[in-house]
Ligand binder design. Structure first.
Ligand SMILES: [Fe+2]
Ligand SMILES: [Fe+2]
Length: 219
């Protein structure tokens, strides 16, 4: 039986809507969840090994749901590392309530729990499903998404557009994205190829908008 992805996504969006940070702006997880789901589908299509597609796609929907439990009175950065474990608990509860089998639930929970244990951070044996989810999570934040995210920060941080463009120009993909030097964080060759293309795409946009801020009025 194929999981009801649409229904699961709706449940997840409802949970995000109750949070202070994750339903709008730069941390709009309803958007990033959607992108991780679609990027996972792209990687699944390219995969030549046998994989359990429904486990990956369900985990893509739930992978960051632990963020809804982060104590936002404290600094988010300090709480960040807790979100995979929180997410594992929430995922288990919801999938059981929705009537999914124990075997299915635990496989999804495993991916949610380990989605942040990337190469270079944690030594572990990764299943093909985990490799795809981890890579999709990073790729989803690249390309146009990584171009847009700093502008969403900009509004919140009361940074003017021109200041923001200069900020992007000097820092490039530092907002959760991945730079070319950082490709080792990806598991699969196909992901690395995709990443290089996406980085080129955002670099192009960054250059374009930088040119738009050049004016004699600012000289
Ligand atoms: Fe995460
Ligand atoms: Fe994520």
């Amino acid at each position: 039986m194929q999981p009801d992805y649409k229904k699961l996504y709706e449940i997840v969006c409802d949970l995000y809507s109750d949070t202070k940070h994750f339903y709008y702006g730069q941390w709009d997880e309803t958007f990033y969840t959607l992108r991780v789901f679609e990027t996972s589908k792209m990687l699944i299509k390219r995969s030549r090994v046998k994989i359990e597609e429904d486990i990956i796609l369900t985990a893509a929907i739930f992978h960051d749901i632990g963020k809804t439990k982060l104590d936002t009175e404290k600094k988010i950065e300090e709480m960040w590392d807790k979100h995979p474990n929180y997410g594992a608990e929430i995922t288990r509860k919801i999938l059981r309530e929705q009537g999914y089998s124990n075997g299915f639930v635990e496989k999804v929970v495993f991916l949610v729990k380990h989605h942040d244990n990337r190469p270079g951070k944690v030594e572990m044996i990764r299943s093909n499903e985990l490799k795809i989810l981890q890579d999709a999570d990073l790729l989803a934040d690249m390309g146009i998404a990584s171009f847009v995210r700093p502008f969403l920060y900009s509004g919140k941080n009361k940074r003017r557009t021109i200041e923001n463009v200069n900020y992007i120009k000097t820092t490039r993909s530092n907002d959760g994205g991945i730079s070319k030097e950082n490709l080792y964080r990806l598991n699969l060759k196909a992901s690395k190829r995709m990443a290089v293309k996406l980085i080129k795409e955002s670099d192009k946009l960054n250059d374009k908008i930088f040119k738009m801020t050049q004016s004699e009025l600012l000289e």
